[in-house]
Ligand binder design. Structure first.
Ligand code: FSO
Ligand code: SF4
Length: 557
């Protein structure tokens, strides 16, 4: 195997025997083959679109499959085997539709060069898949130029992140054909040897801009269904009674679980990136929603153990479950772990059936072990912050707020991530942190106080809600008559972990945001030459030392 898509890749080079995340050699290879075939599907889908043929089931399959290969989503070989077989079927569907139309229009057979991923046939068996996978992985062509490899992978990794947002939006009934089309076009662009470093760089940049549209779409989907998040003090303690914990990003699952658990008198808690659900007006009406339990994804081993009741993991981040709670763990959506009970997808628009989870909660009947007590503030997404813009403007103009620090992104296991806690603690009292994503767990329970009623930590929500900071930044740019975000008193110090953070980074770069600090390490998939471009052209900087970085950022560097 070879995988270097996340921040925890071994020695910041790549995982080669087993993933630091727990991904096996077998799953990694099956993921490689799935991505390879998605390129083949996209080859035909892109050609088909040019003659006005499209198939939404193909587009959605591409998006879901990309998402399935994101870090900490699915560790189950059998699921990948079935997705690979499905990819072969979808490829045939779109290939035939295109070829029929082509042959009719041209009265001849299609005679352009067709890549292997668009034609390779299989007996559908895992063994054959694994053999083929050996020849299609990231490093399978040793002669490929390292910068081109880097950009092709940067592209695929960005598309994976974007696919996650597209999938969440699709589940809520929101879609945009332009985004499906771009995903397929960009995937098939990675096959084309005529696309050199410059062309692939253009694709990467364009993906950042398209990624913004994906985040906007998801924001629309979430706020249309659940209202605009409101500033909310969330309970982080426990309440007497049987309970279910849900972790992940998928709000539709949360809605259906709350409905079903309410009828059964079972309490529900959020974990990890479900925390922001507590700020939506729609969810606040549920009396069985108790609050948030625990912290970022990587602490789940310890926290799921103590929860005492069943835990549902929807996308993502799942870590290898411990024996102490594996029997009360459930997965749903694209998430999977071999042997863990999976709650099937909705059929014909009917809600998912969480009855087995509810039954287990009632049978166990225990109250979760209390981890913490008190409340934390959340719900500062674009709508809520926009309502305070006049106040923010005044606070900036009177010098009560000197600078904003966007510290969005992800959390992770590395000890060096203490950097973000230390930075938050050392920020001067006249500064405000704008956060989103699970990165916030490094500092969201610190008491940093307020500035004239504005909390010094404004939490917009999930990783995709980083979109809120772009909306706010563009409003501040208008208010202050600045030429660009780069002229505002805003510094970006982003923590990344997996591919959804990569698309956010990519979006910031594509919008021309300069001086972004990135940590705790720079991506292994970026080659030295490509990194040089990011440093020279976009002034990307590694997060190094809190003191040095803080001094520089306070001076606008
Ligand atoms: Fe975190 Fe995981 Fe939300 Fe990521 S829970 S690390 S960028 O999946 O998505 O922020
Ligand atoms: Fe390694 Fe990250 Fe890939 Fe897992 S996702 S195998 S930790 S690089």
């Amino acid at each position: 195997m070879f995988c270097y898509q996340c921040q925890e890749s071994l020695n910041n080079k790549g995982c080669t025997k087993i993933g630091v995340c727990g991904k096996t050699d077998e799953v990694s290879k099956l993921q490689d083959l799935l991505i390879y075939l998605l390129k083949g599907v996209s080859f035909w889908a892109t050609k088909a679109r040019r003659v006005s043929i499209k198939d939404e089931s193909v587009d959605v399959f591409v998006v879901k499959s990309l998402f399935s290969t994101i870090t900490n989503v699915n560790f189950d070989s059998d699921r990948f085997v079935s997705w690979i077989n499905e990819a072969l079927k979808k490829r045939e569907i779109i290939r035939k539709k295109f070829l029929n139309s082509y042959e009719k229009a041209h009265s001849k057979k299609f005679d352009e060069k067709i890549p292997d991923c668009a034609t390779w046939k299989s007996n559908g068996e895992k063994l054959e898949f694994l053999k083929k996978a050996e020849t299609v992985g990231i490093m399978s062509d040793p002669d490929l130029d390292e910068d081109l490899r880097s950009l092709r992978e940067f592209e695929v990794i960005s598309l994976k992140g974007m696919a996650a947002y597209l999938d969440h939006a699709y589940i809520l009934g929101f879609k945009d054909d332009e985004l499906f089309a771009f995903t397929e076009e960009a995937l098939s662009a990675t096959l084309n040897d005529e696309n050199g470093v410059n062309e692939m760089f253009d694709y990467v940049t364009k993906t950042g801009l398209i990624g913004l549209k994906a985040m906007e779409l998801l924001d629309k989907a979430n706020t249309t269904h659940y209202g605009n998040p409101e500033p909310t003090m969330v309970n982080i303690g426990v309440k007497e009674g049987p309970a279910i914990l849900m972790s992940g990003h998928d709000l539709k699952d949360f809605e259906e679980l709350l409905d079903q658990a309410k009828e059964a008198g079972v309490n529900v808690y959020t974990h990890g990136e479900m925390l922001p659900a507590n700020a939506y007006p729609f969810f606040k009406k549920y009396s069985n929603l108790v609050g948030n339990y625990g912290n970022a994804w990587w602490k789940q081993n310890e926290e799921f153990e103590k929860f005492n009741g069943p835990v549902i993991m929807n996308t993502n981040c799942l870590t290898p479950p411990k024996g102490s709670y594996i029997n009360r763990l459930f997965t749903t959506g694209l998430v999977g772990w071999p042997g863990v009970e999976h709650i099937p997808d909705r059929i014909n628009g009917k809600p998912k059936d969480f009855s087995s989870v509810i039954k287990m909660a009632l049978e166990i009947g225990k109250t979760p072990k209390q981890l913490e007590s008190g409340t934390i503030p959340i719900g500062f997404a674009h709508d809520a912050v926009t309502k305070t813009l006049d106040k923010l403007e005044k606070l900036v103009k009177t010098g009560k707020i000197k600078r904003f620090f966007v510290m969005s992104g992800c959390d992770g296991r590395m000890k060096t991530r203490e950097y973000y806690t230390n930075l938050a603690m050392e920020l001067p009292k006249d500064t405000v942190i704008l956060t989103s994503g699970c990165a916030k767990y490094r500092y969201n329970k610190l008491d940093l106080g307020e500035i004239d009623g504005i909390p010094r930590i404004l939490d917009a929500g999930q990783c995709n809600d980083s979109y809120s900071w772009l909306v706010i930044a563009s409003k501040l740019t208008e208010i202050f008559g600045a030429e660009s975000v780069n002229d505002l008193p805003i510094s970006f110090d982003i923590a990344w972990y997996e591919q959804k953070a990569v698309i956010i980074l990519n979006t910031l770069l594509s919008l021309g945001v300069k001086n972004i600090r990135l940590g705790p390490t720079l991506p292994a998939f970026v080659s030295p030459n490509i990194l040089k471009v990011l440093v020279d052209k976009f002034e990307v900087k590694p997060a190094v030392k809190v003191g040095e970085d803080l001094d520089a950022m306070l001076q606008g560097h």
